[in-house]
Design a protein around this ligand. Sequence first.
Ligand code: CP
Length: 316
Amino acid sequence: MQHFRSVNDVDNIQALLRKAMNAKAAPMKNSQLGKGKTIVLLFFNPSLRTRLSTQKAAQNLGMNVITMNAGQSWQLEFEDGAVMNLDRAEHVKEAARVISQYADILGIRTFPTLKDQERDYGEFVLNQFVKYATVPIVNLESATLHPLQSLTDWLTIVEQKKTAAPKVVLTWAPHPRPLPQAVANSLVEWLKKTDVELVITHPQGYELAPTFAEGCQIEFDQKKAFAGADFIYAKNWSSYFNYGNKPEVELDWRITSEKMALTNSAKFMHCLPVRRNVVVEDAVIDSPNSLVIQQAANREFAAQAVLESLLKNENL
Ligand code: CP
């Protein structure tokens, strides 16, 4: 694995999952592996879980961690050939190469514009770092993907499943703001490669990009989708085809106790942060079937597996 941008960078996802499980069983086993190595975590957008869990994972491996907030206070130019006579003080060409002098691994969080679909789905910002940095890049949530979250979610499902091929329902849920499609895209991309029965349910108008939705069971009736589910994964995303917008939805898509009663005593999952009583009722997220804290805890071990593999330059 040269970079960790998406599931497509990993040849053997089962081996990566085992590595995450091993990290969870003995987090300090490889505490000398990263001695003398540095990871730089560059955040163009806010984060609680990704920031802290990746930092903890790197520290478990003995790495130095430098975290930097970019964006508002430190504006970068990304366009090749730009005439930089406005407010952007530095080009990614220099910035990525300079950071590579200090870092052995570079993690980047960069959300989509939700306005320019071609730029977002071309992963323009992440790919400019890949192009100009000289060290491995880790995707800390990019315009269209959140692979560290998806590896975590798969790990959590494997830990909790009671059957070989559980039914996992990814359900759209309401949110006051238009959100990226990254978590949903990425979850689908990962789970398609595993032994789960994946069903996606969302209102019409909220179809995911065809590259991700292709081959998936889609059900527009949320209650029908919930029948017999073992896992309910809730997430809001904005429209892909009406790009970045939030078309009106008539029915109530919140995750409620009544809807959870239609499932096979399903576990409730969400990547967090979550808007309580907008996305999901308190009674569901506070129930013993809620896995949201376990998911957050597993972020550390997913990140540790990825960093360990990059440090060892493994062919995973
Ligand atoms: N789930 C997730 O990525 O959380 P943060 O945005 O807090 O990092």
